[in-house]
Design a protein. Structure first.
Length: 266
């Protein structure tokens, strides 16, 4: 399945209307075998010559990303909050966005050991990254490299990845106990599996996707019924949604929605 273009799915990119005037974001599907573990390849490119640097804020998906830039490659674990990337001059980055829990079979240890951590390529993967002056040749190389490292048998983390996919696709999943009951497992077992395979607690993952839903509704063009949306996404009331949205995103949801109606400068 091809990844959705960013104009249809901007989950995790904060204030994308402004950001996408500063950089371009393209998404590419992995090969069918690699899609067991990888959600997409993404390429960000920018030319800010004679323009001010841009700081892009991101609320990352609860996944591992391997990121290649000019001359460097790093492995970035699941993040507990918003991250920032400063863009200036001319540049590009290629990212390998794994499925939730998708990196666990390659790491060989629990994903909660990588939360908010960044590791060099060589600490996780064998072999050097080839010289790269642009992202396109790297995509094919990375896909072949990952295909050669796929486990022969289905890894238990792949079952957890499927659970997270169902959470992401269904906004009605709002509590850990309801998720555990629906999946036919105990709450404690679900929590242990998420710690091992995803790195983040199931409550954190559920809230992350519900905040994505709130942010996407906020930028959809119509003023949301915040009280109704709060109830739909499992918040006790509108104030609860507003507090959590503001705490994580940095601005209240109403102000975040208003940004879409403004014309970005530059």
């Amino acid at each position: 399945m091809r990844p959705k273009p960013v104009d249809r799915d901007a989950r995790g990119i904060l204030d994308p209307e402004t950001g996408l005037t500063r950089f371009r974001l393209d998404r590419h599907a992995p090969s069918a075998p690699v899609a067991r573990l990888v959600d997409r390849y993404w390429v960000a490119s920018w030319d800010l010559t004679d323009r001010a640097p841009h700081v892009q804020r991101v609320l990352p998906h609860p996944v591992v990303n391997v990121v290649f830039t000019e001359g460097r490659a790093g492995v970035y674990g699941p993040a507990t909050g918003v991250t920032e990337r400063r863009l200036e001059g001319v540049g590009w980055a290629l990212g390998v966005m794994f499925r939730p829990a998708g990196f666990r079979p390659l790491l060989g240890r629990a994903l909660n050991t990588m939360v908010d951590a960044a590791l060099p390529w060589a600490e996780v993967f064998d072999g050097d990254v080839p010289d790269h002056t642009g992202p396109e040749p790297l995509i094919a190389w990375v896909d072949r490299h990952l295909a050669a490292r796929l486990p022969e048998e289905r890894h238990p983390a792949e079952d957890t990845a499927d659970i997270v996919d169902r959470v992401a696709a269904d906004p009605t999943v709002v509590s850990v106990s309801a998720l555990a009951e629906r999946e036919g497992v105990g709450v404690r077992l679900l929590q242990r599996r998420f710690a091992d395979h995803v790195g983040l607690a199931p409550k954190t993952v559920i809230r992350r996707y519900r905040l994505y839903e709130a942010a996407e509704r906020a930028r959809a063009g119509e003023r949301p019924d915040w009280g109704g949306l709060a109830a739909e996404l499992g918040y006790s009331d509108q104030s609860h949604l507003t507090r959590e949205f503001t705490s994580v995103i940095g601005v209240p949801p109403g102000r975040y929605a208003a940004r879409r109606t403004r014309t970005p400068a530059g």
